[in-house]
Design a protein around this ligand. Structure first.
Ligand code: AGV
Ligand code: CA
Length: 353
């Protein structure tokens, strides 16, 4: 069924690029249908990120998408200044022409990791028992309201787009095993640093890890250990090619009559000064590149089968170690992996929409 949109669970962690990623995933309903969103308390303050996510959905007419916050804890927490940056999105006027009462019926009481499990197992009941309060749409009298999330659950495999640590995915696989695994079409994950250096600068760490992997290293190992779950990794090797530059954001100007573009450009503007503040390590469109590859696979011009493992303790924890040299380095003798993880590396990607 090539023409049906992919069902996607978006598992994010509330960073600046996670919101642009949400916009991108919502902007292309003929390719992707977001059936649920889970938020990890990692690169954000999760309660605030919940609000921000609901506000974005409500503003854009996607309030039927269920959203829940995960309760899984950090192994290595993100720095607080990064976690606080969600506030700069939450306050944007574009998404605040509403009240807390508008959002109240949208809040799910179920934890995020449970929502992910229910969506995968086909047991999620939208607009009924799992809402805190029954909002107007559950009494069915408001006519053409948006469709509930996944009432047409037809057993079609689901793609998980994970743009934070892999804790939720690992938890669901650990708890539900094959019942959940068999329902997953692919996991796309932004994380890891395979043949390049990491981005963790932390006392006692050697800098070889990427942050999403470092936050919960064991979760990476658990998910990678599932041979039947296809995993496509978009590591720093790929995302190093997509810094958030002024030129990128200026390009949204010509699309300023489109809401998604205005929002995306506005959200990116929160981090653009990093090109001055940290020229060697600006902000990147890490997560957005990942979703862009889901929407448009031909963006990804290098896709490698890689066998690798993750270091779960010590000064390199979170490091993703390949068992073979990079195909570039090894020219002809690239190592073919048997299972699981691939590496997507894509240069020069537009995040315009
Ligand atoms: O390592 C990249 C991941 C992505 O999922 N996150 C940010 C993206 O959402 C962690 C991260 C690394 N460096 C950061 C990060 C920084 N300087 N500020 C905020 N988050
Ligand atoms: Ca993220």
């Amino acid at each position: 069924r090539p023409n049906r949109p992919r069902k996607v669970i978006f598992d994010h962690d509330g960073g600046i690029d996670d919101y642009v990623t949400l916009l991108l995933l919502l902007s292309c309903p003929e390719r992707v249908r977001v059936i649920g969103i889970t938020i990890l308390d990692a690169d954000c303050r999760a309660e605030l990120a919940w609000n921000t996510t609901l506000k974005l959905l409500h503003t854009l007419g996607h309030e039927h998408v269920p959203v829940a916050v995960s309760s899984l804890p950090a192994v290595n927490p993100f720095p607080d200044p990064w976690r606080n940056s969600v506030l700069s999105v939450d306050v944007l006027p574009h998404i605040n022409d509403l009240t807390q009462e508008d959002l109240a019926p949208l809040r799910l009481s179920v934890p995020g990791q449970e929502l992910m499990a229910q969506l995968l197992l086909g047991t999620f009941q939208s607009a009924s028992g799992s809402r805190d309060k029954s909002g107007s749409r559950s009494n069915g009298t408001d006519g053409g309201a948006a469709a509930v999330a996944d009432d047409d659950d037809d057993g079609e495999p689901i793609t998980v787009v994970a743009t934070g640590p892999l804790s939720n995915v690992a938890h669901v696989l650990r708890k539900h095993g094959r019942a959940a695994a068999d329902r997953i079409r692919e996991v796309w994950w932004m994380g890891g640093a395979v043949w390049v250096g990491g981005n963790v600068a932390f006392p006692g760490h050697d800098g070889s890890a990427e942050w999403n992997a470092f936050w919960d290293p064991a979760a990476v190992g658990e998910v990678w250990g599932w041979p039947s779950v296809p995993l496509v990794v978009v590591p720093l090797d790929a995302t190093n090619a997509v810094p958030v530059t002024p030129d990128l954001i200026y390009r949204f100007g010509r699309q300023s009559r489109y809401r998604y573009s205005v929002l995306a450009g506005t959200v990116w503007s929160r981090v653009v000064t990093w090109v001055y503040d940290r020229p060697d390590e600006p902000y990147y469109a890490w997560d957005t590149l990942t979703a862009a590859c889901v929407l448009q696979p031909d963006l990804c011009d290098k896709l490698y089968d890689v066998q690798s493992y993750v270091v779960v303790a010590g000064a390199s924890q979170g490091r993703t170690v390949p068992l073979a040299p990079s195909p570039e380095a090894a020219a002809a003798a690239a190592g073919g992996g048997e299972k699981g993880s691939c590496v997507a590396a894509a240069p020069d990607v537009e995040t315009g929409m």
